[in-house]
Design a protein around this ligand. Structure first.
Ligand SMILES: C=C(O[C@H]1C=CC=C(C(=O)O)[C@@H]1O)C(=O)O
Length: 363
């Protein structure tokens, strides 16, 4: 059966452009062919809400384009949904990326801005490169991600405009199902094995609280008073856990102004920082890479719903190499080595999926 899915995936990947996605906790793989690619902005966002398509927005709309892809969608339901567990990464020698020295300099620059209270929180990200052509293995990598990250939105996107991206995001940006809108405040990271609430330190609770405060303020400013808030609770995302607060409110609050609302919501302090503009500038001045679509958002839309996820735990790939993006929230309480280790931890789900697929290909 698995060979079947892999050959379906490979067939689909032969196309010049395509998108494959699986919604969280869903057994169905959605295969989308792209009929049209249209450059969009937040302003014309609502125009596309009744059509069948897929949005892709970058982290920073001043440096990359945002897209709406009109799609034809076919559903594929694999029979075997009980996926085995992945092995841990064994061969770390294939990887390289920002050195610890570069990361240290960037951390120090951000720590100074935190110390001087220019910002209260800022996200420092880095890239981890795999020096290998992973394109022949993408179908297997994708399935391996579906196995490990059952709570995540798992996608694979290939378009001439954006290149190939693959990821398994645990973070909803905005979901609209049956006239209810959901968003989340997700932040703070720990290994899966120490996931009980009382093990969470002040730094993680504080950084997640900053995201919640930001959402609370936005909802109040937008005069959305009838919202429900649940959490924070501990949620699992592959090999890590996060703190999550769930927000929901009736769609009527943002009807005809969903794009405008999203423009204010994204990027939250889970990906940018607090205050937003200063954190954004600090990221532009400090990181030596462009985030491109990492930290942006993406997901399908049609008349029945809108499912947007923040593009984290993702990788961009081409025939020469692949780049995994991983970041973490810095506050005044951040410790250099712990933040560096956290980026390694966050990249492990993708690295394990790669490693496993390479082993499967050799077997
Ligand atoms: C920025 C990332 O994660 C965000 C989401 C959850 C927890 C995070 C944290 O603990 O720092 C980040 O805010 C990433 O995975 O690259």
């Amino acid at each position: 059966m698995e060979t079947n899915i892999i050959s379906e995936l490979n067939k689909h990947l032969q196309k010049e452009s395509c998108i494959i996605y699986r919604l969280p906790r869903d057994g169905k793989l959605m295969f989308c062919s792209i009929k049209r690619s249209i450059e969009v902005t937040h302003k014309d966002f609502d125009h596309y809400l009744d059509l069948q398509g897929f949005f892709l927005f970058p982290f920073d709309t001043t440096s990359e384009k945002a897209w709406w892809f009109e799609t034809n969608v076919n559903q594929f339901e694999p029979e075997n949904k009980s996926f085995p567990k992945l092995t841990a990464v064994q061969n770390e020698t294939v990887i390289c990326g920002n050195t610890f020295e570069t990361y240290t300099q960037q951390f120090k620059k951000m720590a100074k801005a935190l110390e001087e209270e220019t910002v209260q929180k800022v996200i420092l990200s880095r890239r981890i490169q795999v020096e290998q052509n992973l394109i022949p293995h993408l179908a297997k990598i994708y399935l391996n991600l579906c196995r490990t990250a059952s709570n995540a939105f798992v996608y694979l996107l290939n378009t001439p405009q954006t290149g190939i991206w693959i990821g398994a995001s645990p973070e909803i940006l905005l979901d609209k199902t049956d006239d209810t809108v959901t968003t989340v405040s997700l932040a703070g990271t720990r290994r899966v094995y120490d996931s009980e609430m009382d093990k969470w330190g002040g730094k993680e609770q504080e950084e997640q609280q900053m995201v919640s405060n930001y959402i609370d303020e936005l909802l109040t400013r937008s005069k959305i008073n009838n919202y429900k808030k649940i959490g924070p609770s501990v949620v699992k995302a592959g090999n890590v856990t996060h703190l999550k607060t769930l927000y929901s409110f009736p769609y009527s609050n943002i009807e005809n102004k969903t794009g405008e609302f999203i423009e204010q919501l994204h990027p939250t302090p889970a990906l940018c920082g607090e205050p937003k503009e200063k954190a954004m500038q600090l990221i532009r001045d400090t990181e030596s890479h462009k985030r491109e679509y990492y930290g942006g958002f993406l997901g399908p839309v049609n008349r029945d719903g809108l499912h947007l996820f923040v593009n984290i735990r993702c990788m961009k790939t081409n025939q020469k190499h692949s780049t995994i993006f991983a970041g973490g929230g810095l506050t005044r309480r951040s410790v250099l080595q712990e933040e560096w280790d956290e980026t390694i931890l966050k990249s492990h789900m993708m690295l394990s999926a790669i490693e496993q697929s390479l082993q499967q290909s050799q077997a």
